[in-house]
Design a protein around this ligand. Structure first.
Ligand code: AMP
Ligand code: MG
Length: 422
């Protein structure tokens, strides 16, 4: 068996070659570039997809002048002067979708419904609540203004103007906006193809009977669902044993077939971790000690043109490193140019938390409002990096900053709601 490294994997968190979370993320972001291709798809499938080309409006929106309220369309020169009451004859009714064919004359008005096209000569709409109706006439007073209650053509969007920039992730209102322009197909980025495998002789596939000394592979399932959730195409390569030959061919296949490879396990300095050795032969990979808990050992680099994230084996460390490092990189590779907002909330810690300065910790917390209307957060039981329950019971990360020492009960801490991440 070949040991490639003889350092301890987690005994000393203040080594000189340890990277801060921010520095590690910056290095990773700088090492990746947009990778996705583009395709045309129906608008109805485009939500959450990344726009590949700007949307230019082929029309004015609204396309015609129309009434902003239900009321009476008039010619502004018929408005009474102060103190006066004016009587106008009702000569017809216009509803949305049925333009008026005649020509409105001085002294006349047309009943008009919201959204209906304004007749050519008319330029002002009096709200129906502001008129008195007698027989076939309306009486209006002097409170009204020239041009009121009319939406002008192109008031919302002008023809040929850019409505949406490339690089945004399409939201439901943006889909509606595109539909309002009469566009039924959009040009979007293609999904990234991601190869995923777990490493470890101790791992069992779902469906296998329990075996002494073995555990079920959970990381592949959390990683794959996280990747699918953000719109990636996943190539599930299963479990690869801690065997140099199998690892070598798995990396070869993965780098030939995918834009990105995600693995879990085998990047710490355990006796059976061959990943480092294989990767040292096949690609330009860095094995970083990041000042983060959980998730300290993380491998990152490239095998040919394929980006590689070697996430730690411990299930919580997988999730923390995925959301804090891999997600921003994947977003950049997908061509997302407008960063998604990932808000944090200051909350009072309901108990003390032990922590040493010199690393960023991502504890798992449950965030809620207390009786005073303040946000408070409690940790979700034991916080070991192998205890996935601490994450599944949580609704947020509690982010304890690099320099921060232990937390006392009642201290304010930063929380990052999962709903902002997944
Ligand atoms: P390693 O980094 O390979 O030494 O793994 C660290 C810890 O994570 C060990 O306790 C492994 O058994 C566990 N682990 C590794 N891979 C997985 C996996 N796919 N699912 C669940 N636990 C895992
Ligand atoms: Mg292992």
């Amino acid at each position: 068996m070949n040991r490639v490294d003889v350092q301890s994997s987690c005994s000393d968190d203040n080594e000189a070659d340890t990277l801060s979370v921010d520095a590690a993320l910056l290095k990773m972001l700088n090492a990746v570039a947009e990778k996705s291709g583009t395709e045309h798809i129906p608008l109805t499938s485009a939500v959450d997809r990344i726009l590949a080309a700007p949307i230019l409006s082929p029309i004015n929106v609204p396309s015609h002048r129309n009434a902003a309220v239900d009321g009476y369309a008039i010619i502004h020169t018929d408005l009474p002067s102060s103190g006066e009451i004016k009587t106008l004859n009702i000569v017809g009714r216009i509803v949305a979708g049925h333009p008026y064919k005649g020509r409105l004359k001085q002294g006349e008005c047309l009943q008009i419904m919201t959204g209906a096209q304004m007749p050519d000569a008319a330029d002002t709409v009096i709200m129906q609540e502001h008129v008195e109706i007698h027989d076939n006439t309306i009486h209006i007073d002097a409170r009204h203004k020239n041009g009121q209650n009319v939406r002008q053509a192109g008031e919302d969007i002008q023809q040929n103007h850019t409505v949406l920039e490339a690089g945004i992730k399409l939201t439901p209102p943006q889909i509606g906006l595109i539909a309002s322009l009469g566009i039924s197909e959009v040009h979007v980025k293609t999904p990234l193809t991601i190869a995923v495998f777990s490493t470890g002789d101790e791992l069992l596939n779902l469906g296998e009977p329990p075996r002494e000394g073995c555990i079920y592979d959970s990381n592949r399932y959390s990683m794959i669902s996280a990747l699918k959730k953000i719109g990636c195409k996943v190539l599930d390569m299963g479990i690869i044993a801690d065997d140099p030959e199998q690892l070598r061919s798995a990396f070869k296949l993965a780098s030939n077939s995918a834009d990105v490879i995600f693995t879990s396990g085998g990047v710490s300095v355990g006796a059976a971790d061959y990943t480092k050795q294989i990767l040292a032969e096949t690609g330009s990979i860095n094995f970083w000690k990041v000042a983060i808990k959980p998730g300290r050992p993380i491998a990152f680099g490239h095998i040919d043109n394929t980006t590689f994230f070697g996430l730690p084996g411990n299930p919580v460390a997988v999730m923390v490193t995925f959301y804090q490092f891999a997600l921003p990189c994947l977003q950049k590779m997908m061509g997302l140019t407008t960063p998604l907002i990932c808000p944090t909330i200051q909350a009072k810690s309901t108990h003390s938390i032990r922590k040493i300065a010199g690393r960023t910790e991502f504890q798992r917390g449950f965030l809620s409002k207390n009786n005073n209307g303040e946000w408070e957060v409690s940790t979700t039981g034991k916080q070991g990096s192998g205890i996935l329950r601490s994450m599944s019971d949580a609704n947020s990360f509690i982010i304890l900053e690099h320099e921060r020492p232990s937390i006392n009960k009642g201290d304010w801490v930063i929380t990052q709601p999962f709903s902002a991440l997944f």
